[in-house]
Design a protein around this ligand. Structure first.
Ligand SMILES: C[S@@+](CC[C@H](N)C(=O)[O-])C[C@H]1O[C@@H](n2cnc3c(N)ncnc32)[C@H](O)[C@@H]1O
Length: 232
């Protein structure tokens, strides 16, 4: 029997891939040492706008931000909103910190680690947006329960979103796409698919900045699929 309770959102944290890659450049290491502690999500307590930003601004939550391009661009577009980004990979966190410093973003908080541990501390109905962009595909069927798009995480996202809040999901992976559609089909009581036409999901919607992974997928000639779901 597996030691992991796969698919359980509280144990997915043990299953993500590498958290270290290339050695950080000196400037990146300095940002990790100095800026990251200033804008990290606190280790305890509720994760909401009042605790993080001192007011009731709309709150966005990004799971696995990679290099942080999408999060930083959205935060720049919406300076009166608050953003929480989670990513276990230190090189990605360092890249996000460069964006946050260069763009002088005061409305972003980071967690270097598992998104679901932080999401579990978000009060119900506290989020306006949740983003899951190009999650790790875990393409083998026997690893399907490790995918972030599964009933446990999707139910958690649903409970944290306000009615009318939006869940955005993107992938270029055909197996993941099929899996995700089946999962979301089980949660039509909670989510309405915002689809403007038969090929709507082939075009990146406005206000959805390109991610690094998405750009790479396009360079490789892959089709990319974009999904927006409104919390009922
Ligand atoms: C394929 S990459 C995509 C990164 C980014 N969203 C993009 O589109 O460029 C998937 C990311 O999810 C992160 N990840 C995996 N498991 C995670 C977890 N439990 N919590 C937060 N991030 C996670 C990985 O470290 C990786 O950076």
């Amino acid at each position: 029997m597996s030691a992991h309770k796969e698919g359980d959102p509280t144990t997915l944290s043990r299953l993500y891939g590498r958290s270290k890659g290339k050695a950080l450049r000196a400037g990146q290491q300095e940002l990790v040492d100095t800026l990251l502690p200033q804008i990290s999500v606190p280790d305890e307590g509720p994760v909401d706008s009042r605790t993080l930003f001192g007011d009731d601004r709309p709150l966005h939550f990004e799971i696995g931000f990679g290099g942080g391009e999408h999060m930083a661009t959205r935060a720049d577009m919406l300076p009166d909103h608050g953003f929480v980004g989670c990513e276990p990979f230190v090189n990605g966190v360092a890249q996000a910190l460069v964006h946050i410093r260069d763009d002088r973003l005061a409305n972003v908080r980071l967690h270097m680690g598992d998104a679901l541990q932080v999401l579990s501390r978000v009060p119900d109905q506290a989020l306006s947006f949740a983003y899951l962009l190009h999650p790790d595909p875990w393409p083998k069927a026997r690893h399907a329960k490790r995918r972030m798009m599964n009933d446990g995480p999707v139910e958690m996202i649903a409970s944290k979103l306000k009615p009318g809040g939006e869940f955005r999901f993107g992938t270029d992976h055909p197996i993941y796409l099929r899996h995700a559609l089946m999962v979301m089909q089980r949660h039509t009581d909670k989510f309405e698919w915002l689809c403007d036409g038969p090929k709507d999901f082939l075009t990146r919607p406005g206000g959805w900045p390109e991610t690094r992974y998405e750009a790479k997928a396009r360079r490789q000639g892959h089709e990319v699929w974009y999904f927006r779901y409104r919390r009922k």
